[in-house]
Design a protein around this ligand. Structure first.
Ligand code: CTP
Ligand code: MG
Length: 182
Protein backbone atom coordinates (compact mmCIF):
# COMPACT_ATOMS: atom_id res chain seq x y z
CA UNK A 1 0.00 0.00 0.00
CA UNK A 2 1.49 3.30 -1.12
CA UNK A 3 -1.16 5.65 0.24
CA UNK A 4 -0.82 5.18 3.97
CA UNK A 5 -0.38 7.77 6.66
CA UNK A 6 2.90 6.06 7.62
CA UNK A 7 4.34 6.44 4.14
CA UNK A 8 3.10 10.01 4.06
CA UNK A 9 4.89 10.92 7.31
CA UNK A 10 8.12 9.24 6.17
CA UNK A 11 7.97 10.84 2.72
CA UNK A 12 7.19 14.37 3.97
CA UNK A 13 10.03 14.04 6.50
CA UNK A 14 12.62 13.43 3.78
CA UNK A 15 11.26 15.81 1.16
CA UNK A 16 10.58 18.82 3.42
CA UNK A 17 13.95 20.52 2.71
CA UNK A 18 13.30 20.15 -1.04
CA UNK A 19 9.82 21.63 -0.73
CA UNK A 20 11.27 24.55 1.23
CA UNK A 21 13.96 25.12 -1.41
CA UNK A 22 11.51 25.02 -4.28
CA UNK A 23 9.04 27.24 -2.42
CA UNK A 24 11.55 29.84 -1.25
CA UNK A 25 13.92 30.12 -4.25
CA UNK A 26 11.64 32.65 -6.03
CA UNK A 27 12.64 35.05 -3.21
CA UNK A 28 16.03 35.53 -4.89
CA UNK A 29 14.12 36.79 -7.93
CA UNK A 30 13.02 39.82 -5.90
CA UNK A 31 16.58 41.09 -6.37
CA UNK A 32 16.79 42.21 -9.99
CA UNK A 33 20.47 41.79 -10.86
CA UNK A 34 21.18 38.09 -10.52
CA UNK A 35 23.63 36.00 -12.53
CA UNK A 36 22.06 33.51 -14.97
CA UNK A 37 23.68 30.06 -14.93
CA UNK A 38 23.65 30.01 -18.75
CA UNK A 39 25.28 33.51 -18.83
CA UNK A 40 22.49 34.60 -21.17
CA UNK A 41 23.70 32.24 -23.91
CA UNK A 42 21.48 30.61 -26.50
CA UNK A 43 21.51 27.27 -28.28
CA UNK A 44 19.97 27.14 -31.77
CA UNK A 45 18.28 30.48 -31.23
CA UNK A 46 16.73 29.62 -27.87
CA UNK A 47 18.11 30.40 -24.39
CA UNK A 48 19.97 27.42 -22.92
CA UNK A 49 18.11 27.76 -19.60
CA UNK A 50 16.71 31.29 -19.53
CA UNK A 51 17.26 34.10 -17.05
CA UNK A 52 15.09 32.45 -14.36
CA UNK A 53 17.87 30.00 -13.41
CA UNK A 54 20.58 31.87 -11.51
CA UNK A 55 23.70 31.14 -9.46
CA UNK A 56 22.09 33.05 -6.60
CA UNK A 57 19.16 30.61 -6.74
CA UNK A 58 21.54 27.66 -6.69
CA UNK A 59 23.49 28.93 -3.69
CA UNK A 60 20.34 29.99 -1.83
CA UNK A 61 18.78 26.58 -2.55
CA UNK A 62 21.73 24.72 -1.04
CA UNK A 63 21.61 27.01 1.99
CA UNK A 64 17.86 26.48 2.58
CA UNK A 65 18.25 22.71 2.13
CA UNK A 66 20.99 22.60 4.77
CA UNK A 67 19.01 24.90 7.08
CA UNK A 68 15.75 22.93 7.00
CA UNK A 69 17.53 19.56 7.27
CA UNK A 70 19.47 20.86 10.28
CA UNK A 71 16.25 22.01 11.95
CA UNK A 72 14.72 18.58 11.33
CA UNK A 73 17.85 16.89 12.69
CA UNK A 74 17.76 18.99 15.88
CA UNK A 75 14.00 18.60 16.46
CA UNK A 76 13.96 14.85 15.74
CA UNK A 77 14.46 13.74 19.38
CA UNK A 78 11.41 15.76 20.42
CA UNK A 79 9.05 14.42 17.74
CA UNK A 80 6.64 11.55 18.61
CA UNK A 81 7.62 9.17 15.80
CA UNK A 82 8.13 6.34 18.32
CA UNK A 83 4.42 6.47 19.21
CA UNK A 84 3.44 5.21 15.75
CA UNK A 85 1.65 1.82 15.88
CA UNK A 86 3.81 0.74 12.92
CA UNK A 87 7.56 1.36 13.25
CA UNK A 88 8.45 4.27 10.96
CA UNK A 89 11.47 4.50 8.67
CA UNK A 90 12.56 8.06 9.39
CA UNK A 91 15.74 8.82 7.45
CA UNK A 92 18.46 10.40 9.59
CA UNK A 93 18.55 14.07 8.68
CA UNK A 94 21.90 15.74 8.34
CA UNK A 95 23.36 18.89 6.79
CA UNK A 96 24.81 16.65 4.05
CA UNK A 97 21.38 15.23 3.18
CA UNK A 98 19.99 18.79 3.23
CA UNK A 99 22.70 19.88 0.82
CA UNK A 100 21.93 16.95 -1.51
CA UNK A 101 18.20 17.71 -1.40
CA UNK A 102 18.89 21.40 -2.02
CA UNK A 103 21.23 20.98 -4.94
CA UNK A 104 19.10 18.14 -6.34
CA UNK A 105 16.04 20.39 -6.24
CA UNK A 106 17.83 23.15 -8.13
CA UNK A 107 19.44 20.82 -10.68
CA UNK A 108 16.13 19.04 -11.31
CA UNK A 109 14.52 22.44 -11.85
CA UNK A 110 17.35 23.47 -14.19
CA UNK A 111 16.86 20.30 -16.25
CA UNK A 112 13.14 21.15 -16.40
CA UNK A 113 13.91 24.64 -17.73
CA UNK A 114 16.39 23.19 -20.24
CA UNK A 115 13.63 20.93 -21.61
CA UNK A 116 11.12 23.82 -21.64
CA UNK A 117 13.51 26.01 -23.65
CA UNK A 118 14.25 23.19 -26.15
CA UNK A 119 10.56 22.80 -26.94
CA UNK A 120 10.24 26.59 -27.26
CA UNK A 121 8.44 27.44 -24.00
CA UNK A 122 9.64 30.85 -22.73
CA UNK A 123 10.76 31.60 -19.17
CA UNK A 124 7.84 31.62 -16.78
CA UNK A 125 5.57 29.64 -19.10
CA UNK A 126 3.55 26.80 -17.66
CA UNK A 127 4.61 23.20 -18.27
CA UNK A 128 2.12 21.03 -16.38
CA UNK A 129 3.76 18.13 -14.50
CA UNK A 130 7.28 19.06 -15.68
CA UNK A 131 7.18 22.18 -13.48
CA UNK A 132 6.15 20.07 -10.47
CA UNK A 133 8.05 16.82 -10.95
CA UNK A 134 11.45 18.13 -12.16
CA UNK A 135 12.66 19.40 -8.79
CA UNK A 136 11.13 16.44 -6.93
CA UNK A 137 12.92 13.82 -9.03
CA UNK A 138 16.16 15.81 -8.85
CA UNK A 139 15.92 15.99 -5.06
CA UNK A 140 15.14 12.28 -4.68
CA UNK A 141 17.93 11.29 -7.07
CA UNK A 142 20.54 13.33 -5.22
CA UNK A 143 19.24 12.19 -1.81
CA UNK A 144 19.55 8.57 -2.96
CA UNK A 145 23.32 9.05 -3.17
CA UNK A 146 23.48 9.40 0.62
CA UNK A 147 20.42 7.56 2.05
CA UNK A 148 18.18 4.75 0.83
CA UNK A 149 14.86 5.91 -0.57
CA UNK A 150 11.74 3.71 -0.50
CA UNK A 151 9.95 3.36 -3.82
CA UNK A 152 6.65 3.94 -1.94
CA UNK A 153 7.84 7.44 -0.98
CA UNK A 154 8.69 8.22 -4.59
CA UNK A 155 5.28 7.07 -5.86
CA UNK A 156 3.42 8.92 -3.11
CA UNK A 157 5.40 12.12 -3.65
CA UNK A 158 5.00 12.00 -7.43
CA UNK A 159 1.23 11.98 -6.87
CA UNK A 160 0.91 14.55 -4.07
CA UNK A 161 3.59 17.06 -5.13
CA UNK A 162 1.72 18.61 -8.11
CA UNK A 163 -1.27 19.19 -5.85
CA UNK A 164 0.80 20.76 -3.04
CA UNK A 165 2.88 22.70 -5.59
CA UNK A 166 -0.20 24.27 -7.14
CA UNK A 167 -1.58 25.30 -3.74
CA UNK A 168 1.80 26.75 -2.68
CA UNK A 169 2.29 28.64 -5.94
CA UNK A 170 -1.17 30.20 -5.84
CA UNK A 171 -0.29 31.47 -2.35
CA UNK A 172 3.12 32.70 -3.59
CA UNK A 173 1.40 34.50 -6.46
CA UNK A 174 -1.17 36.12 -4.16
CA UNK A 175 1.55 37.44 -1.85
CA UNK A 176 3.42 38.65 -4.97
CA UNK A 177 6.53 36.51 -4.53
CA UNK A 178 5.81 34.50 -7.67
CA UNK A 179 5.05 36.25 -10.93
CA UNK A 180 2.76 33.47 -12.15
CA UNK A 181 0.46 31.17 -10.17
CA UNK A 182 2.42 28.04 -11.30
N1 CTP B 1 15.14 31.33 -9.46
C1 CTP B 1 16.49 31.66 -9.54
N2 CTP B 1 17.43 30.69 -9.70
C2 CTP B 1 17.09 29.39 -9.78
C3 CTP B 1 15.71 29.02 -9.72
C4 CTP B 1 14.77 30.02 -9.55
O1 CTP B 1 16.85 32.85 -9.45
N3 CTP B 1 18.05 28.45 -9.91
C5 CTP B 1 14.15 32.40 -9.29
C6 CTP B 1 13.94 33.20 -10.59
O2 CTP B 1 13.69 34.55 -10.23
C7 CTP B 1 12.68 32.54 -11.16
C8 CTP B 1 11.89 32.24 -9.90
O3 CTP B 1 12.88 31.86 -8.93
O4 CTP B 1 11.98 33.38 -12.03
C9 CTP B 1 10.85 31.16 -10.07
O5 CTP B 1 11.44 29.92 -10.43
P1 CTP B 1 10.84 29.02 -11.58
O6 CTP B 1 9.37 29.01 -11.57
O7 CTP B 1 11.54 27.72 -11.49
O8 CTP B 1 11.38 29.79 -12.89
P2 CTP B 1 10.64 30.48 -14.11
O9 CTP B 1 10.96 31.94 -14.08
O10 CTP B 1 9.22 30.07 -14.15
O11 CTP B 1 11.39 29.91 -15.38
P3 CTP B 1 11.20 28.51 -16.14
O12 CTP B 1 10.17 28.72 -17.21
O13 CTP B 1 12.55 28.26 -16.70
O14 CTP B 1 10.78 27.48 -15.14
MG1 MG C 1 8.03 28.81 -13.24
Amino acid sequence: MVFTLFNLVEAIWIILPAYAVNGLVPLVGLKKKNHPIDSGKSFRGKPILGSGKTWEGLIFGCFIGILIASIEMLTFPYLPFDQSPVPLTIVPMSPLLGFMLGIGTIIGDVVGSFIKRRVGLPRGSIAPLLDQEDFLLGALLFASFVVSIKIDWVLLLVVITPILHLIANVIGFKIRVKQEPW
